[in-house]
Design a protein around this ligand. Structure first.
Ligand code: HAM
Length: 430
């Protein structure tokens, strides 16, 4: 049975058992975030386009090339969110969340949309689990934000990654740096690829993202941001690094690390994983001290991270980490031909009321085919309704694991299943 339609390019369905793995890793992430004092926020999937234009920056790849922007029937320009930070700050300002105390520590999960060229680890709809701490410029909060994904990845059993950090300064120290870098790029322009020639004019910092070998070589002697930090930014960066040590995060300073969004100031970081190919950053983030102002609010610094969930799932698969125990169906209710459907449904509903995970046949299968289906669903028990037993108010209960079988009064069925499940738990526990 193959249909006519396919999921749009760069998007995919998340189906069982991957959907179950996703739930499990999210649950672990939420627990860690809540333990650190972060609370969930959900913002709309689309925003007024200006939120991203002003927030992320007019000259970024995201804003110039990758946004899904459309005019709605009222003539308003809307954009499917390409990331979660600008919307969270929009909500923070619109709803005066600072009045609930600062820093506001918020986390979110949801789909993001970027019209990038699809490849392994790069999709047009992907999911991020992210956190933002807004309203504090204490370097300790930067180090907390970097430590959370580190704790998360370790708790998931991941080992093969590096934490790279940099400081990209503030508006004061970045300006003279960009001037120096631009002058350098002008002198090296004959060695740069065409894209980098354009970047040199539009967004020179992004030049460090180029993967072309010739460009990397040409940039070996480029001036680097950390050498241009002003006194305050230097002190802030040194404190962040010191506190990362206190928190037990192993990091590497990477003076060429720049990020693809313009709102960053000072701290920038990424978690780079082995074996993921070109798209090897599973998490990225940093500080954004001017973002609130860019969105029309009062100055309020913030810092955050986002984990790319698809890349995280791939890293987990590669390392064989975080094995997930898939939930089992406790009981499948089968019935013999001619049995009243009402009675079957009553039994099914009563088992579910008893909080057992129960299912039944809805295809009119033969008993043999129902048993096969029960096995396919991974059921532990099958209840067979019908025949002589039913006339006596009883059913047959079969343990598919041990092949044991009992005749049980209907009123005792749930209790008997519970007992049998309990015995099994008892054995494995002790
Ligand atoms: P970002 O580096 O653009 O930062 O994205 C964060 C993570 O999302 C990346 O490291 C990657 O794992 C994942 N990701 C990004 N684009 C794609 C894609 N096309 N396909 C699959 N995964 C992708 C941000 O979005 C910032 N909002 C992070 C942040 C939060 N900064 C401060 N607070």
């Amino acid at each position: 049975m193959s249909g006519k339609f396919k999921a749009p390019r760069g998007t995919f369905d998340i189906v069982y058992p991957d959907s179950e793995k996703l739930e499990r890793i999210l649950q672990i992430g939420y627990e860690i975030l809540i333990r650190h004092g972060y609370r969930r926020i959900s913002t709309p999937i689309f925003e007024n386009t200006e939120v991203f234009r002003r927030g992320i920056g007019e000259d970024t790849d995201i804003v110039t090339k990758e946004m899904y922007t459309f005019e709605d029937r009222g003539g308003e320009s809307l954009t499917l969110r390409p990331e979660g930070t600008a919307p969270v700050i929009r909500a923070y300002l619109e709803r005066s969340l600072y009045s609930g105390g600062i820093p506001q520590k918020l986390f979110y999960f949801g789909p993001m949309f970027r019209r990038e060229r699809p490849q392994a680890g790069r999709y047009r709809q992907f999911h991020q689990l992210g956190a933002e701490a807004i309203g504090s410029d204490d370097p300790a909060i930067d180090s907390e934000i970097i430590s959370i994904p580190d704790i998360y990845f370790k708790e998931l059993g991941l080992r093969k990654y590096r934490v790279v950090v940099n400081s990209i300064g503030c508006l004061n120290c970045r300006k003279p740096y960009i001037e120096r870098l631009t002058a350098f790029l002008e002198s090296a322009k004959h060695d740069l690829c065409n894209d980098c020639k354009k970047r040199a004019k539009r967004n020179p910092l992004r030049i460090f993202d180029c993967k072309e070998e010739a460009c990397s070589e040409a940039l070996l002697k480029a001036p680097l941001m950390p050498d241009f930090l002003c006194e305050d930014c230097r002190a802030h960066f040194d404190s962040v690094l010191e506190m990362l040590k206190v928190l037990g995060v192993s990091y590497e300073v990477e003076p060429r690390l720049v990020r693809g969004l313009d709102y960053y100031t000072r701290t920038a970081f990424e978690f780079i994983f082995e074996g993921l190919g070109a798209q090897n950053a599973v998490c990225g983030g940093g500080r954004y001290d001017y973002l609130a102002e860019a969105l029309g609010g009062p100055p309020s610094g913030g810092v955050g991270f986002s984990v790319g969930i698809e890349r995280l799932l791939r890293a987990i698969e590669l390392e064989g980490a975080c094995p997930v125990v898939l939930p089992r169906l406790d009981v499948f209710v089968a019935w013999i031909e001619g049995t009243s459907r009402k009675q079957v449904l009553e039994i099914l509903a009563s088992l579910r009321r008893e909080r057992l995970c129960a299912d039944s046949d809805f295809m009119g299968r033969s008993l043999k085919a129902q048993m096969k289906h029960a096995n396919r669903l991974g059921a532990r028990f099958v209840v067979i309704v019908g025949g002589e037993e039913q006339k006596r108010g009883e059913v047959v209960l079969r343990d598919l694991d041990s092949s044991e079988q009992w005749t049980v009064g209907r009123s005792k069925l749930a209790q008997k299943i519970r007992e049998a499940l309990g015995e099994q738990w008892g054995e494995t526990d002790g």
